[in-house]
Design a protein around this ligand. Structure first.
Ligand code: MN
Ligand code: MN
Length: 494
């Protein structure tokens, strides 16, 4: 007779044993579990609500896979990709190049949960997480492989993380830290709770909606399918936080405050420009800020409140950054477009500008004036003056350009000396993150550190582009060949 799941589930996921040949602390070193011997008992309370069995998991995942594949072949047959808007396509290049290998890194993180997590229930759930993330990386590769014949940029789904492209280095720097190097407790707070449960909603819900509106049904469907897995395995963050609040609440506060800021900065470059500039105007659902407020900020505030944590000390500065950071990163990435592997859309035609003004009341004063300079140069046939000759200085925490965290008026330097080396930061917050655990961040050399250190030869923009692996067939340029700037020609003449 078959037992009901409730009759056997607890036995299956609580499988554990007492070590006799080795010490428990050798089998589960604190370096990897994140849990010292003194609090080991508290982790017995760790629980998850999913009650998933392997049999059910396989059945449901198989259905999801068939759904994705059916849409994929229908869309390929219909030749949908060739009809997509150039601005929208840039968002998919950016996504595939920066996300595919993060999915693969997540497999390693989940495998660490399987082996070292401080509760057998968590280790059990890690198995499903590993299978999820394997599926995500494979789906991204499959999608990109299908489209390779239309654009070599899809090769970057696999290639990007094997290059030194500066934006990819920033992404890699963050995920190497929170996925590949962090102990289980730290990884589940930073990666599961903050990134997977929070920030991936921008990428997988907001971008999926924009992609659907843009007619990119295949990509939209792929993103949504991935998100159904994230919504499940991201839950390991909650029981982890619950136990940590019993054993070490100060650590919980610091870990989440650091992870929240670092995620904010990363998604300001990964998703902010895609939502507010690349997506065609009539297909935009929400602004990046609106989406952040509804899906990330409210969410995060609720978690902090529910678990008895305080808002981060930097909350006001964060809100200021929400108004500005991704606009700064957008104008920066557009200006340094030869250093990208996608073609950014400027997104500042007159109609688009009106939308930006409405969504961001300070936009004109901060960013519009700078775009006016660029527009003038474009229309005076001085494209050369809209291209970079040098590299921007970079933050030693986020690896993003200094001056890209707040408004154009907030440029006071943030620097410190640690073990005789000078470190620079994009904000007071990033400096604070560094100070919480300097050994964790010190030593890494940013792109500019490498440039100054003589690793990039010849020491000019050409040498830097070669070092980044950027070949002419993928190198970034304006998505519409500057056609949007014509909007301003007649106005100036009249
Ligand atoms: Mn994933
Ligand atoms: Mn995940």
């Amino acid at each position: 007779m078959l037992l009901n799941r409730d009759d056997w589930y607890d036995t299956s996921r609580d499988l554990d044993w007492t070590f006799t040949y080795v010490e428990a602390s050798d089998a589960f070193p604190a370096r990897w579990s994140g849990v010292g011997a003194e609090s080991a008992d508290a982790w017995q309370a760790w629980d998850e609500p999913f009650r998933v069995s392997y049999r059910d998991y396989v059945r449901i995942q198989r259905e999801k896979e068939s759904g994705v594949k059916a849409v994929r072949s229908a869309m390929m047959r219909a030749g949908v990709y060739e009809k997509l808007d150039a601005g929208h396509v840039a968002a998919s290049h950016l996504h595939m190049g920066t996300t595919c290998m993060v999915e693969q890194m997540a497999v390693t993180m989940q495998s660490r949960f399987c082996r070292f997590a401080p509760s057998p229930r968590w280790r059990n759930l890690g198995v499903f997480g590993m299978l999820d993330e394997t599926r995500h990386a494979q789906l991204d590769l499959l999608f990109s492989h299908d489209l390779l014949k239309f654009d070599p940029r899809f090769d970057w789904a696999q290639k990007a993380f094997h290059t030194n492209e500066w934006g990819v280095l920033a992404v890699k720097n963050f995920f190497d830290d929170i996925m590949l190097s962090a102990d289980c407790v730290e990884a589940s707070l930073a990666a599961s709770l903050t990134v997977e449960h929070g920030f991936t909603n921008i990428q997988f819900v907001a971008l999926a909606a924009d992609a659907m509106a843009a007619g990119d049904v295949n990509w939209s469907n792929l993103l949504s399918s991935i998100q159904t897995d994230e919504a499940r395995h991201a839950q390991v963050g909650f029981p982890t936080l619950a136990v940590l609040m019993e054993t070490d609440p100060a650590r919980a506060q610091t870990s989440l405050d650091v992870a929240f800021w670092r995620s904010t900065r990363l998604f300001q470059v990964l998703t902010g420009p895609a939502m507010d500039y690349y997506t065609p105007l009539d297909q935009r659902k929400m602004s990046f800020k609106e989406f952040m407020l509804e899906w990330i900020v409210n969410h995060h505030e609720r978690i902090l409140e529910d678990y008895g944590l305080k808002k981060p000390w930097y909350w006001d500065q964060f809100m200021h950054s929400l108004e500005n950071g991704h606009h700064a990163l957008h104008i920066g990435t557009w200006y340094w477009r030869p250093t990208l592997f996608w073609k950014p859309n400027a997104g500042v035609s007159k109609d688009e500008r009106e939308w930006l003004r409405e969504k961001y009341p300070t936009w004109e004063d901060n960013w519009g004036v700078m775009w006016d300079e660029i527009i003038k140069n474009v229309n005076d046939d001085r494209i050369q003056d809209t291209l970079p000759v040098t590299l921007p200085s970079l933050c030693n925490l986020t690896q993003l350009p200094i001056g890209s965290a707040m408004s154009r008026h907030d440029l006071e330097p943030h620097q410190l000396v640690y073990k005789e080396r000078l470190y620079s930061f994009d904000s007071e917050i990033s400096q604070w993150c560094f100070e919480q655990d300097p050994e964790r961040y010190a030593g890494h050399r940013s792109f500019v550190d490498r440039f100054i250190g003589g690793e990039i030869l010849p020491p000019d923009l050409g040498g830097a582009l070669a070092y980044m692996g950027l070949t002419p067939d993928v190198m970034g340029d304006d998505a519409y060949g500057y056609a949007w700037a014509k909007d301003y020609v007649t106005a100036e003449a009249g």
